[in-house]
Unconditional design. Structure first.
Length: 193
């Protein structure tokens, strides 16, 4: 799966998206909702529907991560909505408080389109993976889970990546079935410096 040209963004666009994410969180403190982007003021890649995740880190530790695996809104609005939801609606964490805002680091990950992976066995899947590059979505028995490519940084091996993803989906770590559906994607990720 070659890198997707559909997720190329110049440094100016990246900076603008990081600003939108931070502005949306600030707006959330004041208004209790995500910032609504004036789509007449964005163009090019920022106006195209995109799948995106926004990750919040506090002193290097995960503080929230929310997004969408399928394009559902123009990129600028998807970032604003995901940033607000990561700050205030990630069920794993309490709502962000104002004292945390200044120490918060924001990362945006724009996803390429999903590509189905046809693997007949776990061994075949493991052989197809590109550690550090592939994000995966697993679906089976009404359960699903995804790991962004960044999660590879915390995994010792492709085996552990798959084990932990299956566990995240609520399936046994050694699970395999003919009904298991796997898709992969890549991301363009960038963060505040």
């Amino acid at each position: 799966m070659p890198p997707s040209p559909s997720i190329d963004l110049d440094p100016g666009a990246r900076g603008r998206l990081l600003g939108i994410a931070r502005d949306s969180i600030r707006h959330g403190f004041d208004n209790g909702e995500a910032l609504v982007i004036d789509l007449n003021r964005v163009d090019g890649r920022l106006a195209r529907d995109s799948a995106v995740f926004v990750t919040l880190l506090e002193l290097g530790e995960l503080r929230g991560c929310v997004g969408s695996l399928q394009p559902s809104a123009p990129l600028a609005q998807a970032v604003a909505t995901s940033a607000f939801n990561a700050a205030f609606r990630d069920y794993r964490f309490p709502e962000l408080c104002a004292e945390e805002f200044d120490v918060l680091a924001i990362e945006v990950s724009v996803l390429s389109p999903m590509e189905p992976v046809a693997a007949a066995s776990r061994a075949e899947l493991l052989a197809m993976l590109e550690p550090g590059v592939d994000g995966l979505l697993l679906e089976d028995r009404g359960r699903r889970a995804t790991f962004l490519p960044k999660v590879w940084e915390k995994m010792a091996s492709p085996h552990e990546f798959i084990d932990q993803l299956l566990l995240k989906a609520g399936l046994p770590a050694d699970h395999w079935s003919d009904s298991l559906r796997i898709s992969r994607y890549r991301t363009l990720s960038f963060a505040e410096s």
